[in-house]
Design a protein around this ligand. Structure first.
Ligand code: SAM
Length: 218
């Protein structure tokens, strides 16, 4: 997807992916992963996700990367934090409290700029990207993580021909194709979430599953 597509979505407030609650899979599975609460968690394509707040409440410093300045400022506004922006390479850095959001293109992020990452969390990031970018995304993530780094990945599974993404369908086979070379990949859960997503039923889906994976960098 082009940056303009997402920036326009934010400008038009077409942000149906934004959840008013913490993601149930984050609450259910993160505590089982054995991640130290001091670990800095990387949240690529973070939007203004409240899941970053859940992670910070567990004690984690959080690093998000997000294209939209609206998302970044609304996130800090929601938390009543004032983050004075500064230039950091090709990014605008917003930081306050336990949060740092690098506003810019994920694909411009270098490991040096990201700094130490102790864990990562992907909800609606991989599935926001078309197939060619998903390959680049998986490569970039692998390049940023030290061996042993653990992450939670949440994907959407549906018949791609019934609806144009985003969100794109990313089936388990593709998760394995993208990550098996560099990660231990374990499916934790697959749930039928059709009933809770009427907007996708209106767009043509008769069945939508959400899958949750634990990925550990080899
Ligand atoms: C589907 S939303 C998911 C946001 C968040 N993960 C959540 O669960 O609410 C995808 C987000 O990725 C951002 N985005 C898309 N492409 C990006 C890129 N190349 N670099 C950084 N952010 C990007 C969009 O602006 C959008 O906020």
């Amino acid at each position: 997807m082009q940056a303009d597509f997402w920036l326009e979505r934010w400008r038009q407030r077409q942000i149906g992916w934004h959840q008013p609650d913490f993601h149930p899979a984050l609450e259910k599975y993160w505590p089982t992963l054995g991640i130290d609460p001091s670990a800095r968690v990387f949240v690529p394509l973070c939007g203004r996700s409240l899941d970053m707040i859940w992670l910070a409440r567990r004690g984690h410093p959080v690093l998000g990367v997000e294209l939209s300045p609206i998302a970044a400022s609304e996130f800090f506004g929601h938390e009543a934090l004032s983050a004075s922006p500064s230039v950091a390479g090709r990014f605008i850095r917003h930081a306050a409290g336990p949060y740092e959001i690098l506003q810019g293109d994920f694909f411009d992020l270098t490991p040096a700029m990201a700094g130490a990452i102790g864990a990562w969390y992907d909800r609606a990031a991989l599935i926001a990207l078309p197939p060619d970018l998903r390959v680049r995304y998986a490569d970039r993530i692998a390049g940023m993580l030290a061996p042993g780094t653990c992450g939670l990945l949440i994907t959407a599974e549906y018949a791609q021909e019934k609806m144009a993404g985003p969100p794109f369908a990313v089936m388990a086979d593709e998760v394995h194709a993208l990550f098996d070379a560099g990660f231990e990949v374990e499916l934790l859960e697959r749930q039928d979430v059709t009933a809770g997503n009427p907007r996708f039923v209106e767009r043509g889906l008769d069945r939508l599953h959400e899958a949750v994976f634990r990925l550990v960098r080899r």
